[in-house]
Write a protein that binds this ligand. Structure first.
Ligand SMILES: C[S@@+](CC[C@H](N)C(=O)[O-])C[C@H]1O[C@@H](n2cnc3c(N)ncnc32)[C@H](O)[C@@H]1O
Length: 264
């Protein structure tokens, strides 16, 4: 992965890397590129051997239809997640990256891993030079998150730890950022403060006002600064000649997002 990030987007596909196999406007499958035929759960056997060494964008005939082979986008990776816990939506995930100062080469931690949706977004954002540590107190969720991160081809950037962070905190020091998506984030804030570098940032995802208030109060009590909470509403546009308008339904409340910074 590391070297590939500096290579052109049309570099040849290599064996073992994740690819998305997509029928036009139809179903898509996230698979590892193999030089031998492989079975796709519930569908049948697919042979992608001809794509090894080929540039992305090639097509194959399979199961009576034409499928295109591409490198997965971040949207593909999130759409293909196997879900256990409720996952963070893209509108919130991208803002959490901003609030927690997550970028290429940064070292970040999150709790809890859940289904690993945010873990995939974090691992994608830190790049090959960065690192993500993902905590969850439940081994079954950690296993689902680990599988999703592996299918996304990002497992070399992520370490999973089974732990209740409100009891035992974080192993790391001098982190750039921490994201909390647990029901009681305030219980982990003192540990988060110790794990962050001076100047490091934290972000919390809280679905209710009650959780938001207690989180912000605790952040202020612990001396965090630049404390700020927001909510994002997402409205899709229906675009048609002479009839462009917002869709009638929108993605309204998901959660409140809070960012804060350790300054001393
Ligand atoms: C809503 S899910 C997280 C979803 C995840 N952010 C995603 O996008 O897929 C919340 C997770 O937090 C875990 N959790 C709850 N309290 C925790 C704690 N104190 N320490 C560690 N994990 C915790 C739960 O087991 C659950 O997997």
């Amino acid at each position: 992965m590391g070297e590939q990030e500096h290579m052109s987007a049309d570099r040849p596909l290599v064996e073992g890397e994740p690819v998305i196999v997509r029928r036009r406007e139809g179903e898509a499958y996230l698979l590892a590129l193999r030089a031998t035929p492989q079975s796709v759960e519930g569908v049948g056997v697919i042979d992608l051997s001809g794509q090894v060494g080929a540039p992305p964008g090639g097509t194959i005939e399979w199961a009576g239809a034409t499928y295109r082979i591409l490198r997965p986008s971040l949207a593909d990776l999130l759409r293909q997640l196997r879900r256990r816990a409720q996952i963070i939506t893209p509108k919130d995930a991208q803002q959490l990256l901003y609030l927690a100062q997550v970028g290429p080469g940064t070292r970040v931690a999150e709790a809890g891993a859940g289904s690993g949706a945010l873990t995939v977004v974090l691992a994608h954002a830190v790049g090959a030079a960065g690192h993500v540590v993902s905590y969850d107190r439940r081994s079954d969720f950690l296993e689902v998150a680990r599988q999703n991160v592996t299918r996304a081809g990002l497992s070399d950037r992520v370490r999973f730890v089974e732990r209740d962070v409100t009891v035992d905190g974080f192993d790391e020091h001098l982190l750039d950022g921490i994201v909390l998506d647990v029901p009681e984030p305030w219980g982990a804030l003192e540990a988060a403060r110790k794990a962050l570098a001076i100047g490091g940032a934290m972000a919390a995802y809280t679905p209710t006002y009650n959780q938001l208030e207690r989180t912000v109060r605790t952040l202020r009590d612990l001396g965090f600064e630049e404390v700020r909470s927001i909510e994002l509403l997402e409205r899709t546009l229906h675009v048609g000649e002479g009839g462009t308008r917002p869709e009638f339904e929108m993605l309204g409340h998901t959660a409140f997002l809070t960012g804060a910074r350790r300054v001393s």
